[in-house]
Each structure stands twice: as C-alpha cells, then as structure tokens.
Design a protein around this ligand. Structure first.
Ligand code: NAD
Ligand code: UFG
Length: 350
C-alpha cells in the first residue's frame, strides 16, 4: 500500500492544523485547502516545521470551498484517497445574527466539495460534526442514537450536512463517510507552537480564559451559576485537541480498512464532565495565578450538562482519549505564554 494522500479542508484552523501534523507524522501526504477566514498561514508553516522531514509532504492552497473552479483544479492535479472536511464557520452567536452567511458558507461549501469529490471519483469523507446536534440532551452520557435537534443556524448546518451525507450514501453505495461529533476541544500541541487563535472576542470558555491570563481581557464572565450541577456552573466534555486529532487518524484507518463502512457516526469526547469552575481551577493550577471572575446570568441557548458516551468509538475505532484536564490546561497555557497574541501581534487584534 503506497502513501495515501488526504485533502484537508480548513487545515489551517485549530483542529485542522493539529490533525494535519498527526497525518504527516503517520506518513500521509496532505493537501490543505483553507480560505484563511478564521486562521493564518503561519499555522501551516509551523505544522510543516514541527513535522520535520515529513513537512515536505504538505501542500497548501488558499482557496474557498465555494470556488468550484479552484477546487476542480486541485482535484484534477492530485488523486485523493480521502477528504477530511473541517472548513466552516463555527460561532453559535454569530450564526444567529448572520444565518445566511452560515448557510452559504457551510452548506454551499460542503455541497460544492461533495460534488467535486464525486466528479473526481473520491468518495471517502470524514466530516466535523458537533455535539451541538444533541441540543439540551435528554440524559447523559449522549449516545450516537439520541434524538437530534438544531438549536441555532450553526447547529442546523451540522444537522443538514449529516443528513446530506446519509442521503448521498443511500443513493450511491460507493460513498464511505465518517461523521465525527466533537465535544469540547481545548488545549494545544505540547510544543506550544500551534494552538487555537480565534479572530475577535472568543466565544468559547478556554480561549477566553487564555486571553484573560495573558492580559488581553480583564476577567472571565461565568455564564450561569444556578444550574443543577455540583457547583451550579455548566458541565461539558473537554477533550485535548491532540486526542481529537488522533481520533481522525483512527477514523481514516477504519475508512480504509473496513469494506462495510457506509455512513457512520461517532462521538469524540472523553466521557467525563467538567464544570466551568473546575476548569478555571485546573487552568489556575497550570498558570500559577488566579483568573478574575464575574458571575453572570445563563447564556441563552446553553445546555446544563453535556458529555459523551465514548463506547462506540472505543469499540469500533479502537480509539480513546488519553489526556485529562490537567494536561489540557498545561498545554493551553504553554501555547498562550509562548504566543500571547496567537499567530498575530497586538496590532492585528480586532
Ligand atoms: P477553525 O475556525 O479554527 O477552523 C475552520 C477553518 O476553516 C478555518 O481555518 C477557516 O479559515 C476555514 N474555512 C471556513 N470557511 C471556509 C471556506 N468556505 N473555504 C475554505 N476554508 C474555510 O475551527 P475549528 O475549531 O478548527 O473547527 C473545525 C471544524 O470542527 C468546524 O467545522 C467546526 O464547526 C467543527 N467543530 C468545532 C468545535 C470546536 O469547539 N472547536 C466543536 C465541534 C465541531
Ligand atoms: N462559558 C462561560 N464563559 C465564557 C464562555 C463559556 O461561562 O466566556 C461557559 C458556558 O456557559 C458553558 C461552558 O463554559 O457552560 C462551555 O462553553 P463553550 O462556549 O466553550 O462551549 P459550548 O459547549 O457552549 O459550545 C461549544 C461550541 C459549539 C459546539 C459545542 C459542542 O461553541 O459550537 O461546543 O462541541 F457545538
């Protein structure tokens, strides 16, 4: 079996960059397509450096998935064994304000990609879905069979894309598709050279804590202290981004080795719940100082407790997360202190 070549959309982004590094280290050739809407080419260069010799097996194209001509050219020049599709907009609040941008980017981008893949005979796909499709779950842990709901336009794009994938597989049995539902990825590569660098004000807990720690924001607002949890704050399943990247390698291997794959769905989480205050305490341990907190009302649309059942991924992908929240916080802080302005500089702050 020769070297396999993987197209990674959104490979300059947070999860994408960590996955590209792992793919290169595992001996895959990788072509990244990213429009750099929420990322920087510096991340791609750092991945190349971290990969050492294998860095030569990485090619980057700055292109938008909705640009069919650009995509066709890329597929015409390289035969891909599979596509890992990360590219998309992901801010829940913004999706409520600008639903059409989300439908345009995430749906049109994905449909264009699927059409171009089919036209070039590449029908193996790994797609970034999200635990957001469980909404406020009926119970925990969430298993893959739970009812699915869309609580906002972002979540609706994930649900619609999942449905599109199920439909194209039904229509044509040569598609092999892995829908991976991520829980809450945090942390960074242990080198501290790549990590999460969201543009603008962070929406998510960890990037926000990190920006407070490096002095870019004065305090963390804790959204909701009256949930039915041990300390009243919301509970989530945080997963180290390196473990998540590993889950993609496991999914790809399954895709290549199992002839019976149709359209399969897997949770990627740790199966453990951590509250906001527990997360703050774990981060403070790594950081060595206190994070100033402002207690506030619940954020609209937030669920109380969400964590994964990891049984299916363990059983069928032979994968499980290795890292706990202490390692996640250690690596998050290591990335933050080495790169207080992410891949940019104070001048590039928006
Ligand atoms: P990210 O924003 O860091 O990465 C997404 C990348 O896609 C960015 O580099 C962006 O520039 C690129 N992109 C966006 N639209 C594009 C387009 N039309 N054409 C080409 N490139 C485009 O986000 P991430 O955290 O790495 O998330 C990756 C995927 O995982 C997304 O689909 C996201 O919805 C999903 N996901 C993320 C989380 C999370 O908490 N980070 C949780 C569940 C699911
Ligand atoms: N939180 C705060 N303050 C903040 C940010 C978050 O208290 O400044 C709290 C939230 O209320 C929640 C917890 O921290 O209780 C986690 O919030 P995040 O925004 O980090 O994560 P969510 O679980 O709300 O949502 C994220 C992504 C979704 C994705 C979901 C599951 O934003 O897109 O994880 O993967 F669907």
């Amino acid at each position: 079996m020769g070297t396999k070549t993987i197209l990674v959309t959104g490979g300059a982004g947070y999860i994408g960059s960590h996955t590209v590094l792992q793919l290169l280290q595992e001996g895959f050739s990788v072509v990244v397509v990213d429009n750099l809407d929420n990322s920087s080419e510096v991340a791609v260069r750092r991945v190349e450096e971290l990969a050492g010799d294998a860095g030569k097996n990485l090619v980057f194209h700055q292109a938008d998935l909705r640009d069919r001509e650009a995509l066709n050219k890329i597929f015409a020049s390289t035969r891909f064994d599979a596509v890992i599709h990360f590219a998309g907009l992901k801010a829940v609040g913004e999706s409520v304000q600008k639903p059409l941008s989300y439908y345009d980017n995430n749906l049109i981008g994905t449909i264009t990609l699927l059409e171009v893949m089919a036209a070039h005979g590449c029908k193996s796909l790994v797609f970034s879905s999200s635990a957001t499709v469980y909404g406020w779950p009926i119970q925990v842990p969430c298993t893959e069979e739970f009812p699915l709901i869309a609580a906002n336009p972002y979540g609706r794009t994930k649900l619609i894309i999942e449905d599109i994938c199920r439909d194209i597989r039904k229509a044509s049995s040569d598609w092999k598709i892995m829908l991976l539902r991520y829980f809450n990825p945090i942390g960074a590569h242990p080198s501290g050279h790549i990590g999460e660098d969201p543009h603008g004000i962070p929406n998510n807990l960890m990037p926000y804590i990190q920006q407070v720690a490096v002095g870019r924001r004065p305090s963390l607002t804790v959204f909701g202290t009256d949930y039915n949890t041990n300390d009243g704050t919301g509970v989530r399943d945080y997963i180290h981004v390196v473990d998540l990247a590993d889950g993609h390698i496991a999914a790809l291997q399954k895709l290549f080795q199992d002839p019976n794959i149709g359209c399969e769905v897997y949770n990627l989480g740790t199966g453990k719940g951590t509250s906001v205050l527990e997360m703050v305490a774990a981060f403070e341990k790594a950081y060595g100082k206190k994070i100033p907190l402002v207690m506030a009302a619940r954020r609209s649309g937030d669920a109380e407790i969400v964590y994964a059942s990891t049984m299916k991924a363990e059983r069928e992908l032979n994968w499980r997360a290795k890292y706990g929240i202490d390692e996640m916080c250690r690596d998050q802080w290591n990335w933050a202190r080495k790169n207080p302005w992410g891949y940019g500089s104070p001048e590039s702050e928006s």
